[in-house]
Design a protein around this ligand. Structure first.
Ligand code: PGA
Length: 246
């Protein structure tokens, strides 16, 4: 199984989201749609929910860890679920860096997403400084451990490795670096979840994935899918990435 998850970030109106899905449904076979996930901005969720069919799944880009209360401006995992969503991201580097979300909060979000019966996609990734100072494993190991600290270990989880220096920069990570990080993360998953469950958790790569540069990464062991930002905004390019083999 290979998955492509499109993180639209703060892009598209409800009408644009509907148009995207109409094109995707026309171009992709149901067996392909089952492996595609769209993450629209929250205000487009209802439009995506009514347009998505034939196995195409969707989710939120972020949620708060409480389901209701005095939390102005927040969205809950429960509401994404009520709208028909199946996933929610937690700990995307833009949330960590621009919105200053700490590891503990991201851990609570992962647990809240699971409690709502959605699948959390926990993002981890090092900055350029972390890599220069050779603390990549220390950073992504900590983000993973704290991200699942209060999670229900029996419930589904996906993990995305997204080096911060590769996001939106056009600089995709090399196969060697991705291989190294994904092997490390897989070992960590084995030790946290046990070998059987640890092997089942999809590990996605994200950071400047495009159809022409992604095939060497897709061929790697332990790369079970891509988390795609900019290149997921065009339905044909998104599908091309899913179809691009080495
Ligand atoms: P990018 O974003 O594909 O535009 O680099 C990836 C992400 O932030 O998930």
């Amino acid at each position: 199984m290979f998955y492509c998850v499109g993180n639209w970030k703060l892009n598209k109106t409800p009408q644009e989201a509907t148009n995207f899905i109409e094109i995707l449904l026309k171009e992709a076979a149901p067996a392909e749609l089952e492996n595609l996930v769209l993450l629209p901005p929250a205000l487009c969720a209802a439009a995506v929910a009514s347009a998505a069919k034939n196995g195409l799944r969707w989710g939120g880009q972020n949620c708060y860890f409480e389901n209701s209360g005095a939390f102005t401006g927040e969205n809950s995992a429960k509401t994404f679920k009520a709208l028909g969503g199946q996933f929610c991201l937690a700990g995307h580097s833009e949330r960590r860096l621009l919105f200053v979300e700490p590891d503990e909060m991201i851990g609570k979000k992962v647990a809240a997403i699971q409690q709502a019966d959605l699948i959390p996609i926990l993002c981890v990734g090092e900055t350029l400084d972390d890599r220069k100072w050779r603390r990549t494993n220390e950073v992504i190991g900590r983000q993973l451990k704290m991200g699942v600290a209060v999670a229900d270990k029996s419930k589904p989880l996906w993990v995305a490795y997204e080096p911060v220096w590769a996001i939106g920069t056009g600089e995709i990570a090399t196969p060697d670096l991705v291989q190294e990080a994904h092997s490390f993360l897989r070992e960590q998953l084995f030790s946290i979840f046990g070998v059987q469950k640890g092997a089942e958790i999809p590990l996605l790569y994200g950071g400047s994935v495009k159809s022409d540069t992604s095939p060497p990464l897709r061929a790697l062991n332990n790369v079970n899918g891509f988390l795609i930002g900019g290149a997921s905004l065009d339905p044909l390019e998104f599908l091309k990435i899913y179809r691009a083999k080495r």
